[in-house]
Write a protein that binds this ligand. Sequence first.
Ligand code: GGG
Length: 350
Amino acid sequence: MNTYKLALIPGDGIGGDVTDAAMEILEATARRHDFALEPQRFDWSCARYLETGAMMPDDGIEVLRGFDAILLGAVGWPETVPDSVSLHGLLLPIRKAFDQYANIRPHRLLAGVEGPLKAEGFDILCIRENTEGEYSGAGGRVHRGHDNEVAVETAIFTRAGVERILRFAFEQARNRRGHVTSVTKSNAQKHSMVFWDEMTARVAADYPDVTVEPMHIDAMAAKMVMAPASLDVVVASNLFGDILTDLGAAIQGGLGFAASANIRPDRSAPSMFEPVHGSAPDIAGRGIANPIATVWSGAMMLDHLGEAEAAAQVMAAIEAATSRGIGTLPGRNSTDQITQAILAALEEQA
Ligand code: GGG
């Protein structure tokens, strides 16, 4: 029997609620298939930062390296720790240290979920570059607090980094409907984004079976609202992908449904799975967070681990619950009710 060592980082706010729910469902699924999950919980969070001065220990990355996968809940507690500190102290270092360069975020309406648009039938796979670009962390500030203060944030685009994320997107498109939309702002950003467009054309030449459309981020935002069904694979830089996938979450009914996977494609280091949403301090501790985004992320994790059948069963159970109206509207059901409905649907499959 395969046993997968899983690093569980609930993080802050609703992160604990949604990862607990996901683990209950994933472990129930594992029991029905011939594998086991061996989770180890880490308290790395803003609470830890307040106690120790660090979101994770100095050897945190080395500790995580020994796991098969990481399941993360949410990061951030802005009331006490600046978001820039918490994000750069946990989530971003993990993505970069393990070179999880492909952030995969699916956007589609689950059965029974009515999004805010009239549009139906869209199925978008956003591929966000995850290790460089605008989130490189390169830059600095001088003359702090003075009238002549300067802040510089440098976006870094390397040939290797851009080429590999584009190839990843084209490979995904090959297994889907064969279309890539490559998002830039190359009219305004004449160095990095023109370079991205050139790399898109170069990579596209190796994929004659895939159609490609370069698009500016502003036009893309409109298209995701006006004609989402026309989109298949969307590839974008770190910042653009981050923003577009919140829009993607909105059109699929809300952040409670938006799943993501931070993938190291060659599998030489662990990949990390997390909902797109943050810690939601406004609803933390109320037991009403929607766990579906985390359960869906967990299904992506099972798929990545090679348990495709189990992953498909988790997705079918989520949709059996949502098709009955469970978890489809904010606040309609508690976290526990949604979890129990998904568990019941798994039982029914048996
Ligand atoms: N679910 C993880 C989380 O808390 N994300 C919040 C966030 O701000 N993420 C930024 C990013 O994905 O780069």
